[in-house]
Design a protein around this ligand. Structure first.
Ligand SMILES: C[S@@+](CC[C@H](N)C(=O)[O-])C[C@H]1O[C@@H](n2cnc3c(N)ncnc32)[C@H](O)[C@@H]1O
Ligand code: SF4
Ligand code: SF4
Ligand code: SF4
Length: 372
């Protein structure tokens, strides 16, 4: 292994583990979780300490997330603290708790943008978020944020609940005044793993939708700018590669792939940047390779109440393991797959959630016949 350890480039920081909604796919395991620990959420002085350590490690980009960040009554103080640091930051939010007064205060901070979860038209969004009324509250908040010129992107988390409404949702988001949308492909972790039979998208349904998205993009007929965010940072992740390969349309691959999904890691590696380019801190101070690992307690690399971030980044055995994994180590169907050199094996935590083995195949892929 290369002994040189890169600095972390970006960090997901859960400013709280608590949430007011109950999404049946929540990767953070936050759905409906209210105060269950004296340690959480972080005090402002603990957050100041964490922000200082992020600066010391030259972190460039931070996503403040959760749980739901706006369940914190002092969220504006958190943003004012973040404003004093070197990284640029954004907030991931369900937006249901953003009042006009908060929107005005947010507009006076240096937050780069708010990424608002918008899963579908009213009934579908409410079903997806496990809470009747969440669509209307979110829509009202988007109105306030527009009024005060706060920059926003939309995020659609694609599940079996909302896949049939995707194109309607893109129009709806455009009509809300938002022009950039990320379509997050579901990671089978946390609640999404427990509820996989009701939330996981069938490959053929995905293929149909993806080919239509690609056609509309080519014809410049999408109502908003769309990026698809797969789980797995390869240049050819299987969810985007296989449908096009089957139709002999590989050249269309770059049309909808998020630039951030293109890995900077070396070609022998799994397509996973956890512990190499990025890490994540959950609402209890546990540090992981990425935020989709929050419900896999064996993947905890350290805790910010016990060790410094520099120490965890440089010395954690989990991070060492994540950095050393090479594609030749993969087990099961991926090892035999003709596409392994381009796909590079899918998402490590989605594999781990099934097998408790970081080297196993990503069995969500249709080319895997459930052989780990
Ligand atoms: C964990 S949430 C935290 C912020 C906020 N509570 C929200 O929902 O927007 C961040 C984003 O991850 C998405 N998400 C949650 N579970 C997911 C999963 N299993 N796979 C992919 N994305 C997921 C959410 O829909 C949301 O857009
Ligand atoms: S996805 Fe966000 S809004 Fe939904 S339960 Fe999880 S933290 Fe809450
Ligand atoms: S485990 Fe790796 S591949 Fe999966 S989402 Fe996290 S960083 Fe990406
Ligand atoms: S079997 Fe594995 S290597 Fe092949 S396309 Fe699927 S995830 Fe990628």
């Amino acid at each position: 292994m290369n002994e040189y350890i890169k600095k972390p480039y970006y960090v997901d920081l859960s400013v709280t583990p608590f949430c007011n909604l109950k999404c049946p796919f929540c990767s953070a395991g936050a759905a409906g979780r209210m105060n269950d620990s004296k340690k959480a959420p972080f005090t402002l002085s603990k957050l100041e300490d964490i922000f200082n350590q992020l600066d010391e490690n030259d972190v460039m980009r931070v996503s403040l997330e959760g749980g739901e960040p706006f369940t914190r009554s002092d969220i504006i103080d958190v943003l004012n603290l973040a404003d004093k640091h070197n990284f640029w930051y954004m907030i991931n939010t369900n937006a249901t708790l953003i009042t006009e007064e908060l929107a005005k205060k947010i507009s006076k901070t240096n937050v780069d943008k708010l990424c608002i979860s918008i899963d579908g038209p009213e009934k579908i969004h409410d079903l997806s978020r496990g809470s009747v009324g969440s669509f209307n509250k979110m829509k009202e908040a988007v109105g306030y944020l527009n009024k005060y010129n706060v920059s926003m992107d939309g995020i659609i988390t694609l599940t079996n609940i909302n896949i049939d409404y995707l194109f309607e949702t893109l129009e709806l988001i455009k009509n809300m005044g938002i022009s950039n949308v990320a379509i997050m492909l579901l990671a089978s972790v946390g609640k999404a793993f427990c509820n996989k039979h009701s939330v996981e998208v069938n490959y053929n349904d995905w293929k149909k939708v993806y080919l239509k998205l690609t056609d509309l993009k080519k014809e410049d007929k999408l109502p908003v700018n769309v990026n698809i965010v797969p789980t797995g940072e390869a240049t050819h992740p299987w969810m985007l590669y296989l449908p096009l390969h089957e139709e002999h349309r590989e050249d269309d691959l770059k049309l909808l792939l998020s630039p951030s999904a293109i890995s900077t890691i070396n070609n022998n590696r799994f397509a996973c940047t956890a512990g190499t380019d990025n890490f994540a801190i959950d609402g209890y101070g546990n540090v992981y390779g990425c935020s989709l690992m929050y419900t896999e307690k064996d993947l905890i690399a350290g805790n910010v109440y016990e060790n410094s971030i520099t120490d965890i980044w440089n010395n954690s055995s989990i991070f060492k393991k994540l950095r050393e994994i090479e594609i030749d180590d993969v087990k099961g169907d991926c090892a035999e797959c003709e596409f392994l050199s381009v796909c590079r094996g899918g998402c490590r935590v989605c594999s781990y959630a099934v097998s408790k083995d970081l080297y196993s195949s990503d069995v969500r892929c249709p080319k895997c016949e459930r052989s780990l």
